[in-house]
Design a binder for this molecule. Sequence first.
Ligand SMILES: [Zn+2]
Ligand SMILES: [Zn+2]
Length: 436
Amino acid sequence: MKRSAILGFVLIAVMATGCAVLTKSTPLPLSEKKASPEHTPIWNDQGWIIARGSIHNHTIWSDGCRTPEDLIQQARNEGVAVLSITDHREGRTCINNKVCLDTGGVDSKKEGFEKYFKTITALADESQNPIVIPGMEFAPYFWNERSPKLLLKGESRHYTVYGITDPKVFEDMPLSRNITTKAQPDPGFKPYNDFVNYVRDHGGMVFQAHPDWINPVDYMVAEARADAPNMFAAQLPRLTGVAVIPDGIFGPGSPGGAWDLALMEYLTGYRAEPLWGTGDTDFHCPDPKNPANNLRIGTTLFYLKEYSSNGVFDAIKSGRMVALMGELFQESYVKEFSVGDKAVPNKVMLGEWVNLSGPAVIRFSLNKELPVKEARLIRNGKVIYTATNSNFEFTDTEGAKLAIPSYYRVQLIGDGPMELSNATLLYTNPIFANWK
Ligand SMILES: [Zn+2]
Ligand SMILES: [Zn+2]
């Protein structure tokens, strides 16, 4: 093989693997075991068990630095009650179905899926604190759109999968493991839709990861550009949700963005289920220069009926989740978010439908009132009310006049800059309303 071809191949393999260069990591042992957690892992309020979750994390099974055992201990140290381990699947990446490279993901190891799920599931069975959810991250389809200088497409579209642990299901998953040096046509949404349908048909949940991720790279023989995530009903009607935090705050997370459009699709019956929003951590390795690089990069609060992995899955499927990031909100949970004809005190109704006959009274509060730059109440993608503290009440007379199926969601913007991976934000999932 010519030098350039080798280089191209290695670069392609590297780029195809994901959000970080996927190489074998050296484990970085966790040195301390804290006597008490840095943050409150669980609150009990109004019958809910509110659990701080860190979903989407990597270990030495792909490009992370922690062993699964150490990551679990790190979660205990940091006060994380729900930890999902989602190592990269990407392993055998081939060119022209001839040359394949081990890119270090689960699938590159002998009996990789089987050993991975056996290991993580055994740890999950042992651990009550945190609840450990075995999962995996996928880049299901990528292709080359140009020749001779390759243009890689689709490789930035990553999905996290939860709720499936049968290795056989992963072995048979519709995934591409090959690209060609000859330009390939844009496959449209089909390969991604096949992947999502396969996951859902096997009882899993699937989330779009880091939708705002932009990584144009030029490696001389090959170039990769980030492609827009697929979130609409015409693309992936059965996608479970999207990580609106941290790397989704500009696109899908902002008012009127793709998440709102997908929720509107649900209201109009174009989509059978709502698209839920979560906070992703995507933790790989600690960074001594950046102590904020920990399991708090993105947090999902789960509102559980029972403290178990089934309880977490039930919260995911019902949208009983709040996403947050930034120090300001680390000891916060949503104590009240209600939509009613008259004030319904002390109630959290994330993901539910309410029937109204008059103007909606929306009440929102955190467990502790906080000053924020802006609290936004969003109805059907539009900001209809703003406040400068975290707790508010608003009566929406306009909504009652329109009397169309609607949803309300809340965004809190804290202090600090508005940057990917470095903002102070809290997003609720929606509450849906109908007028009689
Ligand atoms: Zn990724
Ligand atoms: Zn990741």
